[in-house]
Design a protein around this ligand. Sequence first.
Ligand code: PLP
Length: 365
Amino acid sequence: MEVKFLDLHKINMQHQQEIEERLLKTFRSGWYLLGNETKTFEQNLSAYIGTKHAIGVANGLDALRLILKAYIELGIMQEGDEVIVPANTYIASVLAITDNGLKPVFVEPDISTYNIDISAIEAAITNRTKAIMIVHLYGRVVFSEDLKKIAQQRNLKIIEDNAQAIGAVWNGIKTGNLGDAAGYSFYPGKNLGALGDGGAVTTNDDALAKAVRAIANYGSEVKYTNKYKGLNSRLDELQAAALDVKLKYIDTENQRRREIAAAYITGIANSKLILPENPGDEHVWHLFVVRTDNRDGLQNYLTSNNIHTQIHYPTPPHKQEAYSEYSHLSLPITEKIHNEVLSLPISPVMTNNEVQYVIDTVNKY
Ligand SMILES: *Cc1c(COP(=O)(O)O)cnc(C)c1O
């Protein structure tokens, strides 16, 4: 048996007829940007998340960049201000900050959740801090009443990087509706994946929504009138059409991911591996990440048994060449995680036989 890491063909073919019909309709409409498909998807996405606004943009990195750029244009942040960000994240979270001339302040993760250690945030706040960017890494919610209190007391914005966690729920509230604004990625491999690039911003803040929408469209609210030095970052109609079909199935697909994660957690018994915790609805299992001392050994063993795995991520942002100015930082928990993690296959289209094969093979390691 061969177990793919993520079978995108199979995932999208589940909805072949519906997606093809919507794409064809969009193609034949002759309208490809800023039209009804995007409007419909935005309405359905905001209804799903529970926010007042959703704005389609070109990708997940732009979603985060646009939120910060809008706060700068609205006078809420200035160049040189600090944004707290988890040290253990995908580099996009950090790029959105530095691209706006803001300063990332890295905070270590909690080793049991891999998410930012909320109890370590206060010590990182200075008089230049303007926001806390939280990343629901691997699909697991990171939020608490304490975090809300810290942000309120210090007058900080909470920005959610919700690229990996669409559909996750904290105390009845969806991620993307926990803070002041959230960025989403619809990169094909994400839980809600487009057929190319796509992203979105959600918020309940009218002024922020208006600014993000304008900045994403050349800084323009009225055609050929430019209020801001904007970008071109629009979700196109074909992507919106495909996403609008797939959004209907996200809860079902996330539920299947939860089933597979539960089967792994119950079935895998090998003292060489540390398994993730199972926090129920607070996880949508974008990735199922285990840790082990000899990560390469486990990966090679699984590859030789036709089980495809990946590493998320091999190098933390502060150790990337792009961020050599931060390479002196010592973030030992983050560095340990990056040396030990391995992502096992998980996807809504894995069969029970495949799941069992992964469990049996891991147990024989
Ligand atoms: C995928 C991802 C992004 C960036 O999304 P793109 O659509 O690839 O630009 C940002 N943050 C996290 C945590 C991600 O996983």
